[in-house]
Design a binder for this molecule. Structure first.
Ligand SMILES: C[S@@+](CC[C@H](N)C(=O)[O-])C[C@H]1O[C@@H](n2cnc3c(N)ncnc32)[C@H](O)[C@@H]1O
Length: 260
């Protein structure tokens, strides 16, 4: 496995933005996020793009600071989680290499690999990608789902679980556009989000410093975002699932197909 995966050479071993390590391919993202966080403090009120970058930066910083804790919490499926069944169905319905966008500690990607699939697992936090033992069919790549280090039209399906809930509308649509770009003909994307409406900033675990930003969107807005990115919602359903804090949440799942 490996060389046939849809990761361009520039992201797999050289160039200005990457450095090769024994672990995942590294893209120098965190510096950018830190710079974005600094910009937030300097930015005038009402500068919503800078604020959004600051939210993303703060969220990714929180995952970085708590990577070991978060990986421990999420390395296994919670009891009664529908994820195993959904991943099984996702694999059955797709062909070719798969992309887990915002893979965290790669729990879902490894489940896909166990079903015989090659998976690119992209996440912004290297320590999360490195937290659990490697799997030969999962290639971890450090990257941003809004600017994926993946070739055009190269994956059969995109799995994006509990990631776009950290994105404001512009980032959400940017990520979906990237999913559309990397999907091969006939491909689809499956995403999951927490149900609700609005924005909240929540402490990471017991931290008094680090917090994550969550965005909640009603279905009609999700329909608008999907259309703006070039997708239609082919299917949607909700399910109960515990999150990393152990709180049972209602999750909305979306199956997206390219328009036209
Ligand atoms: C709630 S966790 C979900 C992780 C994994 N999908 C799962 O279900 O266990 C959100 C993940 O999104 C990642 N993330 C947040 N913003 C990102 C971005 N812009 N690009 C790539 N990953 C991002 C975080 O590092 C974290 O691993």
């Amino acid at each position: 496995m490996g060389d046939e995966l849809p990761v361009p050479p520039v992201f797999a071993g050289g160039g200005d933005r990457v450095s090769r390590t024994a672990g995942p391919t590294r893209i120098l993202l965190l510096r950018t996020f830190q710079e974005a966080a600094i910009r937030l403090h300097d930015s005038p009120r009402g500068d919503t793009r800078s604020a959004a970058e600051g939210h993303q930066a703060e969220t990714v910083e929180a995952y970085s600071a708590y990577a070991e804790w978060y990986a421990r919490k999420t390395k296994g499926f919670t009891p009664y989680s529908p994820l195993r069944t959904e991943i099984h169905e996702f694999c059955r319905a797709s062909s070719g290499p798969l992309l887990d966008a915002g893979a965290g500690c790669r729990r879902d990607a490894v489940q896909m690999a166990r079903a015989g699939r090659d998976v690119v697992a992209v996440d912004a936090v290297p320590a999360l990608l490195e937290a659990e033992p490697p799997h030969t069919r999962v290639r971890p790549v450090v990257g941003d789902v809004r600017d994926l280090p993946v070739h055009d039209a190269s994956v059969g399906a995109v799995w994006c679980s509990a990631v776009l809930l950290h994105m404001d509308p512009a980032d959400f649509v940017a990520a979906l556009r990237e999913f559309l770009r990397v999907l091969a003909p006939g491909g689809f994307a499956q995403i999951s989000l927490k149900e609700g409406d609005g924005h909240s900033a929540e402490p990471m675990a017991d931290s008094t410093v680090h917090r994550r930003h969550f965005f909640f969107y009603p279905l009609d807005r999700l329909r608008d975002f999907s259309a703006a990115a070039g997708f239609r919602i082919e299917g949607t359903w909700t399910g109960e699932q515990a999150d990393s804090s152990g709180t049972v949440q209602t999750w909305r799942k979306l199956l997206l197909r390219p328009l036209g």
